[in-house]
Write a protein of this length. Structure first.
Length: 368
């Protein structure tokens, strides 16, 4: 039963984040008058398809992934669609009179940049919408960053914090939501941190605020916050603000994790691939729909940020190529683009294999 739940939950999460990503490319391409030959949900053989206004909409057998085939794009799906148009022997169901859009290569540079960035943008939109749902479903008020009370004898009160302080930053990192504060405190290794707070209308720096600790039955040491915070009444404005700031919070988690990996603070052996992600989805689903949606938010924002990285195989890399074209007036040579993209794909594929190997080792050893 747990396997079935994991499978359904994983298909739901992957389908949602990929479909919304491709929908972003599709929508902006349509708005820019670019010919979209196909919009597909899933991969493999088509089990349903329909032509509408010059675009074939498909639902395919493998419910993982999806794609948008644009006229003139250098993707396998787009090239297959164009080959079908030019070769009568191949299936090309879209009537010529419905192909009214222009080729991607004929569109202005700024339009092509918008098309490439739109997928990641829609991943952020999905995260925002899901966060709205979670905040509205949350019992009680929104958690604020303003301290309501310090527990009697708490070390944090003895070393600087006071009731009424609004936490602005922890260790120099601005706190957008209460979770930002918790995240930074969890990252501290010495159970102490530098705080910036607003106190009586003034910005006050509190260096070296310390926290009490406690040990569990396994001897693991944990931090005790030692304070409580105010709640914020739910209004349309406060809910929208909390959802927007929470998108920034999840984005910070992704960036911080990436920087920790590059700086060596986190071992590359902790990198997770598809197996690890599916395992995490199954675990979240077992806790309940709210936990599953929270993980969906993290995954969709992660996908959005990752796709915007200036890496040749990603949307961000394509934006960089287009930016160079816009500045110089000359496109980056196709051979150079192709070579860099192939090399980047090889690197990403190798990284995915390594991460999958890590996942399997953790699964076998029971560490997952």
């Amino acid at each position: 039963m747990s396997f079935l739940i994991t499978l359904i939950a994983a298909l739901f999460v992957f389908s949602a984040v990929i479909a919304i990503h491709e929908f972003g490319h599709f929508t902006v391409a349509k708005l820019c008058g670019i010919q979209v030959n196909e919009f597909s949900i899933g991969m493999g053989p088509a089990i349903w398809k329909k032509i509408h206004k010059g675009t074939q909409y498909s639902l395919r057998a493998l419910p993982v992934g999806g794609y948008v085939a644009l006229e003139g794009e250098e993707s396998p799906e787009s090239q297959q669609a164009e080959a079908a148009r030019e070769d009568p022997a191949l299936e090309n169901p879209i009537p010529p009179e419905q192909r009214t859009g222009k080729s991607l290569n004929e569109a202005p540079v700024w339009q092509r940049m918008l098309v490439m960035a739109a997928g990641a943008f829609m991943n952020f939109v999905l995260g925002f919408v899901v966060l709205l749902i979670l905040i509205l479903a949350q019992e009680g008020p929104i958690t604020s960053k303003t301290i309501y009370a310090i527990q009697d004898g708490a070390l944090c009160g003895q070393t600087g914090l006071q009731a009424g302080d609004e936490v602005v930053a922890v260790n120099g990192r601005r706190c957008f939501v209460a979770n930002d504060m918790i995240y930074e405190l969890v990252r501290t290794e010495q159970y102490r941190a530098d705080f910036t707070v607003k106190r009586n209308g003034q910005t006050v720096e509190l260096p070296d605020v310390q926290f009490d600790t406690w040990q569990d039955e396994d001897g693991q040491t944990h931090m005790s916050l030692g304070f409580t915070v105010y709640g914020i009444e739910k209004t349309p404005l406060s809910v929208l603000k909390e959802a927007g700031n929470s998108v920034l919070y999840y984005g910070r988690i992704v960036f911080t994790s990436l920087l920790d990996l590059l700086k060596g603070r986190e071992s590359i052996n902790n990198l997770s691939g598809p197996v690890g992600i599916v395992s995490a989805i199954g675990q979240a689903a077992s806790y309940g729909w709210k936990d599953l949606l929270q993980l969906l938010v993290l995954i969709t924002i992660n996908l959005g940020i990752f796709n915007l990285l200036p890496f040749p195989a990603l949307d961000g890399g394509k934006v960089v190529f287009l930016l160079i074209e816009g500045i110089t007036g000359h496109a980056v040579p196709e051979k150079l683009q192709g070579g860099l993209t192939v090399a980047a794909f090889a690197l990403l594929f190798g990284l995915m294999l390594f991460a999958t190997y890590n996942d399997i080792v953790r699964l076998v050893t029971g560490a997952m």
